[in-house]
Design a protein around this ligand. Structure first.
Ligand SMILES: *Cc1c(COP(=O)(O)O)cnc(C)c1O
Length: 375
C-alpha cells in the first residue's frame, strides 16, 4: 500500500466528532456567509499568533493581493520577493501592475537571502525606473525567514514588509510566532498547508487598526459603512462559514500536530545525518512547522533516480519547486536569465520533499529513510 504524503484522512478520523458537529451547526443556522464561526476563528487566530487583528479571506492568494492593495502598491512600484517560492507570492504583485524583483535565497534555510535583497534594492535604485516599495518574505516549508536581517534592510531602505506565511503558520523565531512579522502577514488554509481547511481559505494579520478596517472593506467589494455603499474597489474574498467551522477544531489540535511534525523532523534529521541527502537545517532560536520536509540530492539526475526508487517502494515524494520565478514563462518579459539567482536555480534541480504530516508515526519515518538510503 502506498504511504500517504500528507495524511489528511488520519487527521479527519482523529477530529471527526468535532468537525462533523461544526459542519452540522452551520447547516442548521444557515449563515453560510459571515456566520458567527468566522469571527470566533479570527479571535482564536489572534490569540494564537499574538496579532491584534485578523481578517479571514478566501485564499492565501487573496490575502497577498489584499495586503498589497492595503499598502497601495501599484504601477511603477518594485516589490522584492524570493526567487524560490510558490508562484502566488509574485503573482499578486504582478496582478496589481507592480513589478516583482527576484532575490536569491540561502541554500541552508531555502529562505530569502538578506544580502541578495540588499543588492537588488541597490540595483533598482540605480536603474531608477521603479520605486522600491515593499518586500514579501516567505516562510518556506514552515521555517520563518530571517526577519531580524530583513527588517534591518527594510528600515534602512524605507521598505514595507509583508510576511507570506502561507506555509509558515505555527513556526517561531525567538519566541515570536509566524504571522506576526511585518506590517501585514498572510497565510493560507489550503488543505495541504500546516493549518488547512476543506477547500480554499486564508487570512491577513496586522497590528494596525486603520489597515484592519481597510482590509475589512477590501474583503467585501470596498464597502463603506454599509454593504451597499462602495467607497473603493475591492474583492469578494470572504472565508466561508463552513471552512471557519472546520478550522476551529483543527486550530485546537494544531499544537499537538505541530509537535508530532517536529518529532518526525528530528527523527528524519538524525537518521539522515551524514548521508548523501542534505537534511534541512533549523537555525538556533527558530522553530519550523514543517509544511514540507525537504532534502537535497547531489544532482538533478540523482534526484530523479531516488524519487523513482521511492515511488517503487510505495513512498510518494514531491518537488517544490521545479522552476525559479525569474525563469517562469510568464515573466519572460522581465528579462530574467539563467545564472541570475544561482542558489534558487540549483535548489530547483535538487530539492525533493518527503512524507510529513501531523499524524506521522516514527515507523513511517524509518521506512522512508530505509528506502532512501537503500542502494
Ligand atoms: C500556498 C501558497 C500561497 C497561496 O495560497 P492559496 O491559498 O493556495 O491561494 C502563497 N504563497 C505561498 C508561499 C504558498 O505556499
Amino acid at each position: 500500500m502506498e504511504m500517504a504524503y500528507n495524511d489528511l484522512s488520519a487527521q479527519y478520523q482523529h477530529l471527526k466528532t468535532e468537525i462533523d458537529a461544526g459542519i452540522a451547526a452551520v447547516l442548521e443556522h444557515t449563515q453560510f456567509i459571515s456566520g458567527p464561526q468566522v469571527e470566533e476563528l479570527e479571535q482564536a487566530l489572534c490569540r494564537y499568533t499574538g496579532r491584534r487583528y485578523c481578517v479571514t479571506v478566501s485564499s492565501g492568494t487573496a490575502a497577498l493581493l489584499m495586503a498589497l492593495m492595503a499598502l497601495k502598491i501599484g504601477p511603477g512600484d518594485a516589490v522584492f520577493v524570493p526567487d524560490f517560492t510558490f508562484f502566488a507570492t509574485s503573482e499578486a504583485v504582478s496582478l496589481l501592475g507592480a513589478e516583482p524583483v527576484f532575490c536569491d535565497v540561502l541554500a541552508e534555510t531555502f529562505n530569502l537571502d538578506p544580502e541578495s535583497l540588499r543588492d537588488q534594492v541597490c540595483r533598482v535604485k540605480k536603474a531608477g525606473r521603479l520605486k522600491p516599495r515593499a518586500v514579501i518574505a516567505v516562510d518556506l516549508y514552515g521555517l520563518p525567514a530571517d526577519y531580524p536581517a530583513i527588517e534591518a534592510v527594510c528600515r534602512e531602505e524605507g521598505l514595507l514588509l509583508i510576511e507570506d506565511a502561507a506555509q509558515g503558520f505555527g513556526g517561531e523565531l525567538a519566541g515570536r510566532k509566524a504571522c506576526g512579522f511585518g506590517r501585514l502577514s498572510c497565510t493560507s488554509f489550503f488543505p495541504a498547508k500546516p493549518l488547512g481547511c476543506y477547500g480554499d481559505g486564508g487570512a491577513v494579520f496586522t497590528d494596525e487598526e486603520p489597515l484592519y478596517r481597510l482590509l475589512c472593506s477590501l474583503r467585501v467589494h470596498g464597502k463603506g459603512a454599509d454593504k451597499y455603499e462602495n467607497i473603493r474597489l475591492g474583492l469578494n474574498a470572504r472565508l466561508d462559514t463552513l471552512q471557519a467551522a472546520i478550522l476551529l477544531p483543527k486550530l485546537a489540535a494544531f499544537d499537538a500536530e505541530n509537535e508530532t511534525r517536529n518529532r518526525a523532523a528530528a527523527l528524519y534529521g538524525s537518521l539522515l545525518a551524514g548521508s548523501a541527502f542534505c537534511p534541512p537545517s533549523v537555525p538556533a532560536d527558530y522553530r519550523s512547522s514543517w509544511a514540507q520536509y525537504t532534502v537535497r540530492a547531489g544532482s538533478e539526475e540523482e534526484r530523479a533516480a531516488v524519487r523513482s526508487r521511492l515511488e517503487k517502494a510505495g513512498i510518494p515524494t514531491m518537488v517544490y519547486y521545479p522552476i525559479p520565478l525569474h525563469l517562469q514563462k510568464v515573466y519572460a518579459g522581465l528579462g530574467g536569465r539563467t545564472g541570475d539567482c544561482p542558489v534558487a536555480e540549483h535548489l530547483c534541480k535538487t530539492v525533493f520533499s518527503l512524507p510529513m504530516h501531523g499524524y506521522m508515526e516514527p515507523e513511517a519515518v524509518r521506512q522512508v529513510v530505509a528506502a532512501l538510503l537503500r542502494r
